[in-house]
Design a protein around this ligand. Sequence first.
Ligand SMILES: Cc1cc2nc3c(=O)[nH]c(=O)nc-3n(C[C@H](O)[C@H](O)[C@H](O)COP(=O)(O)O)c2cc1C
Length: 383
Amino acid sequence: MIEDPWKPFRFAGGREAPNRLVLAPMTTDASDPGGVVTEEELAYLRRRAMSGFGMALSSCAYVHDDGRSWHGIGAAGPEHDASLASVAAALKAGGGLAILQIYDGGRISRPAMVGEGRMRAPSAIPSARPGAETPRAMSGDEIEALIAAFGAATSRAVAAGFDGVELHGANHYALHQFSSPRANRREDGWGGDRDRRLRFPLEVARAAREAAGPQRVVGYRITPFEPEPDGYKLDDALVLIDRLAQAGMDYIHVSLDNFRLQQPQREDRSYVVRSAPTGSDGRSPIAAIRDIVAGRCAVIACGGVRSMGDARDALAAGGDLVAAARAPLVDPDWLAKLRDGREGEIVTGLPEDKHAIAQRCAIPPRMVGYLLSRPGWIPRDGA
Ligand SMILES: Cc1cc2nc3c(=O)[nH]c(=O)nc-3n(C[C@H](O)[C@H](O)[C@H](O)COP(=O)(O)O)c2cc1C
C-alpha cells in the first residue's frame, strides 16, 4: 500500500497522474443559463488546477436538459463543445489529468429549470429534500435515451480534450436513484430486485467505457451506503462495484462527507447527523471496496481531508488516490502549501463578508450564494 501522496499513479489505459491528490468535483451553480462555462468559473478552476493536483475533476456537467439540478455546465449537445474544451484546458493548467464529471438529476433535478412536467426519475416518488416535487416515472424509451446521452457526453468529453469522465453515481442523483430501493420501485426490467436496480448504472458504465475507448479514464463515483434506514447497504454497493470493475471502470470514487466518520451525504442534505448511519455495519467502506475490486481498478477516498496527515490516512485506509473539495475551495493555494510544508498558512474558513469570499478565495460571485445557502456546509472564519 502506497501512503506517499506525491507518488505518481498510472491508470490501466496508460494515463498517468503525476501525484495522488485529486481536486474533487464541485458544482459552481454559476454557468450561463445554456450550460456554457463562464470566465469566472474558468478562472476559479484554473487557479486550483495550477497548484498541481495529479488529477482535477470538473464541476458536474448535465447530459440531458431534463436532468438539470443547477446552473452548471452542460455536455448535452454541440452547443457545449467549445465550453467543454475550455474547461479541459483550465483543468490541465497544472500538468495533471482533467476529468469531466457527468450526471443526471432525476428526482433531484430543479423543476424551475427543466420545466413543468419534465422532471423524471426511476419512480414517481419525491426526494427526501424539503418541499420536493413528485417526478414522473421514466418510460423504458427515456431510460434507453438517457443511457445513450451518457455515452454521447463521454464522446464530447474525449473530443474536448479531457483525459476521461467520472459518472456521478453518488449523492442521490439519477444513477444513485436507480440503485436505491428508496427511489426505484419499478417492476420492469429496470427495477423490482437488486439485479434489475443495478442494470441502469451498469449500462451507463458500459456506454461510457465504449465511448471513451481503452486509453481514457472512466471512473464511477458512489455513495457506499445510504444513511437513510430504508436505503441500500454497503453489501449492495459492493455488488455494484464488483460489476463496475468487471465492466472496465478505471476507478471507484467513494463519496463520503468524512472518510473517518464514514458519513455519506443524506438526501435531505442536512449536515447535522441525527443518528449514526448503520448501513456499513461498522465496516470501513473504503477498505471493503479496496478488497472487492482487488486491484482491478483504483479507489479514490474523499471526505474531510484537510492536511497531509489526513491524505496519508486516507491512502492507508485503502485509497490509491485521495480527493479534496472544501479545503481547496476555501484556500485555492491549499495544495501548494501542503507541498511546500506551509500547512500552518492554510486558510480554513470563508470570510464573513460575501465580497471578501469572492475576492480572497477566487470564487465566482454567483457560487458564493450557493455555498451560503446550506448552513454548516462550508466552514466560516471564526466558526
Ligand atoms: C461547493 C461544492 C459542490 C459540490 N459539488 C459536487 C458535484 O458536483 N459532484 C460531486 O460528486 N460532489 C460534489 N461535492 C461533494 C465533494 O466533491 C466532496 O465529496 C465533499 O465536499 C466531501 O469532501 P471534502 O470534505 O473534501 O469537502 C460538492 C462539494 C462542495 C463543497
